[in-house]
Write a protein that binds this ligand. Structure first.
Ligand SMILES: Nc1ncnc2c1ncn2[C@@H]1O[C@H](COP(=O)(O)OP(=O)(O)O)[C@@H](O)[C@H]1O
Ligand SMILES: [Mg+2]
Length: 308
């Protein structure tokens, strides 16, 4: 395959009756990158993913995955992809390892040591029947199933759902390892924090449309944080309100609170002219800032469509 893109969609659209699943999705996922696919529930993530795998047929538009056509090349494509569905439904009442052997055979064989490594990493007992497992353990079996044949492309729909925080971290480490090994990862989430430390880029969907594609670093630079500084003596708000990136300055006697967009340095330098007793800075909350912008602000297209 000479294609530099693992996934490429053009105008990919799916309507359920007159209900929009996803519309006009133009997306390119480069070979070897980790792309987060972000959006609130109902945004169209699962619909898009199912279109890529030919579990749904597009109303309009087209997708190319690993240089192949999802419909025409379905079987060979599925062998080369590791897919974790959003709603896991394992068939039958068999043991997890038997089920995984079945999937492994369907893909032309898998190094079983890799399966046991993945299971150990995720701390899941594969000798147990899947139907009796907790949601979290089923999710782990689903992840082993997706990763076990070292696929060129991993398509993971809400992979961390049901995992406890420790296992979420382990999963994210698996994604970073996959990236190091040259695999491409496309994973959906409705939580930015989850993909923030793993993804190279994020694509953001809202109301069935692609709202933005951004490098993760540029999200970080937009980080807005709240800062509270306790001084030994009262300070004047004007001294701080003029600083670049500083807004919402409120001074109550010796306590200053403000919002800082971007670098903290200018604020810290001015604060240091006074005696600082305490300083509190809330973690940059990208959910609150960046995502709320894309989720809640009306895009020009929407405004035009509704005639607003
Ligand atoms: N089988 C279906 N029939 C009708 N509407 C659906 C169906 N599946 C999804 N939708 C609708 O399509 C939109 C996108 O859903 P989905 O792709 O599941 O979003 P996400 O995965 O981002 O939560 C939602 O409005 C949802 O209600
Ligand atoms: Mg979904």
């Amino acid at each position: 395959m000479t294609d530099d893109f693992a996934i490429r969609t053009e105008g990919l659209t799916k309507f359920y009756g007159d209900r929009r699943g996803i519309e006009g999705l133009d997306l390119e996922v480069r070979a070897g990158e980790v792309m987060g696919f972000l959006g609130p529930n109902g945004a169209g993530k699962t619909t898009s993913i199912r279109l890529l795998l030919d579990f749904l047929r597009p109303t309009r538009g087209h997708a190319t995955v690993l240089g192949l056509d999802p419909r025409r090349d379905r079987a060979s494509l599925h062998r080369r992809i590791g897919y974790l569905p959003g709603e896991l439904a394992f068939p039958g009442r068999g043991r997890a390892d038997d089920l995984l052997r079945f999937f492994a055979d369907a893909r032309g064989g898998v190094a079983w040591t890799h399966v046991t490594e993945l299971a150990a990493r995720l701390d899941v007992d594969l000798s147990r029947p899947v139907h009796a497992m907790s949601k979290g353990n089923k999710q782990k079996v689903g992840l082993v199933q997706a990763f076990m044949h070292r696929p060129a492309l991993l398509i993971l729909d809400e992979p961390t759902s049901g995992l406890d925080p420790l296992m979420q971290q382990e999963f994210l480490a698996m994604v970073r390892d996959a990236r190091t090994d040259g695999q491409t990862v496309f994973m959906s989430s409705h939580v930015l924090a989850e993909v923030q430390h793993t993804a190279d880029r994020v694509a953001i969907v809202r109301d069935g449309r692609l709202a933005a594609v951004e490098r993760v670093e540029s999200l970080g630079r937009r980080a807005v944080r709240t800062v509270e500084i306790h001084f030994a003596d009262p300070v004047a708000p004007d001294e701080f309100a003029v600083l670049p990136g500083v807004s919402d300055v409120v001074v109550s006697g010796p306590v200053l609170t403000c919002t800082v967009d971007g670098r903290l340095d200018p604020l810290i330098k001015v604060a240091a002219r006074h005696e600082v007793v305490d300083l509190l800075s809330a973690e940059p909350d990208l959910e609150e800032t960046f995502l709320s912008y894309y989720y809640h602000s009306e895009g020009a297209g929407d405004a035009a469509r509704t005639g607003a």
